[in-house]
Write a protein of this length. Structure first.
Length: 485
């Protein structure tokens, strides 16, 4: 499999325009571009102007499939369509002879990154039994002339080429302040979007038993619910049980394990230790955490890396002295200061669950049938003066979408309000067509006799998804309604 580049924008030494050679490709880079990442498959150059950016990657030659058309189709699929999830066919040029027996073909497509359009062009050269590919990603069309300028300078060696057979790339390095996207591949789910690239540098990908969230050298696993990991118990037996089921099978040589907690209204649980990661052979620091929801596992190179990222040292949580006359739970923060272990100290770690969030395509829903949401509440009334019980109000509602083929749907809402033995029922229903406004919004042509656009996203579950919708034009409290199959 060929290595493809995904975004990392950073400062490096700018290169002056001069002729260069990489593999069998000789070229002149336009002014103002910087050398980016290089591995055994390709070399990359980047340019950034404010919030606008572009990348050019030049790939080592591989063995040709025999024709320019076959080479381009194969390279487009590997370098653009699959990694960037481009479903539309590229706008492609006819093969043209450029020099010697080399023939050039180009194709361009568009996709979304962090809510903004990206233009990708792949150019292939076929000749002498070899194929050379060049890729350009750009967030603005202003960078297109620079790419054309580079292509105008391309010269290729002919004859005895030594083809590189799809080398396997190394994982991306931790680039400090650079923004990198993980090399972790998501599992196939049948849905269009299985990864999300967030503006703050974190990248989520769906895995078999968790959602993996990565940035730099730190990775976080948002574990799906699993039997035997949450049950009524004292803290230490609960933490050890969850650790043995969720964590232990993937590591060896565990040392300095500790189980800690903070006694508060929403008790946080912590398991931590040092171990060897079986898949990589690396020594890592592991933290298993839960507060109210499911278990989150964080893997960092060491305790210091975890503390810098999340703002506290999990191994420092103890019952300690708060004042001269009182004690309480304390923790050491990233500045090395001992502070109260207040709930907000752990918010950044707890909020990692919000990265279980993936875009929605209309094709994900078409023909999938019913997605249901339910709600119920009880309100008890008492006399203001006597305190005597005076009645109870019960409200329940159920609504569902029946997604049909051809992006048609049926929507229905049923609500019942009961007070003192009397029940009032309300119902609404409609049929229409639905479509994607963008990756994070869906439009329904008829909801309560008008068109309605919803903000939309998926969360991943074991083997499935939950669809979350909220009225985009009247978001109210911002709380989304969850629909499941």
């Amino acid at each position: 499999m060929k290595y493809f580049f995904i975004f990392f924008l950073f400062c490096s030494t700018r290169l002056l325009a001069q002729e260069q050679t990489y593999d069998i490709v000789t070229f002149t880079l336009p002014d103002g571009w910087s050398k980016g990442e290089e591995n055994n498959a390709a070399i990359q150059y980047v340019k950034k102007e404010g919030t606008k950016w572009a990348q050019i990657a030049i790939y080592k030659n591989t063995t040709s499939l025999g024709t320019p058309e076959a080479d381009f189709d194969s390279e487009w699929e590997k370098l653009a369509a699959t990694p960037y999830q481009i479903t539309a066919l590229p706008i492609k040029t006819a093969a043209e002879t450029v020099f010697g027996d080399w023939k050039k073909t180009s194709g361009t497509g568009k996709w979304m990154f962090n809510g903004k359009e990206v233009i990708t062009t792949v150019t292939t050269y076929t000749g002498y039994g070899a194929c050379v590919s060049i890729l350009c990603n750009r967030s603005d069309k202003k960078f297109a002339p620079a790419y054309d300028q580079l292509l105008s300078t391309i010269r290729l060696q002919s004859g005895n080429t030594v083809a590189v057979q799809d080398p396997v790339p190394p994982p991306p390095a931790d680039n400090g302040n650079e923004q990198t996207i993980s090399n972790t591949q998501p599992v196939a789910t049948g849905y269009k979007f299985n990864t999300t690239n967030f503006d703050d540098g974190w990248t989520s990908s769906i895995q078999e038993d968790w959602v993996q969230v990565e940035k730099g050298s730190i990775k976080t696993m948002i574990h799906y619910p699993k039997e035997g990991t949450i049950f009524p118990s004292d803290p230490e037996p609960l933490i050890r049980a969850a650790w043995n089921i969720l964590v232990a099978p993937r590591y060896s040589n565990l040392s300095n394990f500790s189980a800690r907690y903070v006694e508060t209204y929403n008790r946080p649980y912590f398991g931590s230790g040092y171990a060897t990661e079986n898949s990589t052979g690396q020594s890592v620091f592991i933290v298993l955490f839960r507060r109210g929801g499911g278990w989150i596992e964080v893997v960092a190179p060491d305790n210091a890396s975890f503390t810098r990222e999340f703002g506290f040292n999990p191994e420092s949580i103890v019952w300690g002295k708060l004042t001269e006359y009182s004690g309480g739970w304390v923790v050491t923060n990233s500045a090395g200061t001992t502070i109260n272990a207040d709930p907000e100290v752990f918010n950044k770690l707890d909020n990692m669950t919000t990265y279980n969030k993936f875009a929605v395509a209309a094709s994900d829903l078409a023909g999938t049938g019913k997605w249901n949401a339910g709600f119920s509440s009880n309100t008890y009334y008492a006399n203001y003066y006597t305190g005597n019980y005076t009645g109870m109000n019960t409200y329940t509602s159920s609504q569902w979408f029946d997604f049909k083929s051809g992006q048609q749907y049926h929507w229905e809402l049923v609500a019942a309000n009961t007070f003192n033995g009397q029940t009032n029922v309300a119902q609404a229903k409609s049929d229409g067509n639905f479509s994607s406004v963008n990756d994070w919004q869906l439009n329904f042509s008829n909801i309560e006799q008008r068109s309605k656009t919803y903000d939309a996203y998926f969360t991943a579950t074991k083997g499935g998804r939950v669809l979350w919708l909220n009225d985009a034009n009247a978001p109210g409290s911002g709380i989304f309604t969850g629909y499941s199959k």
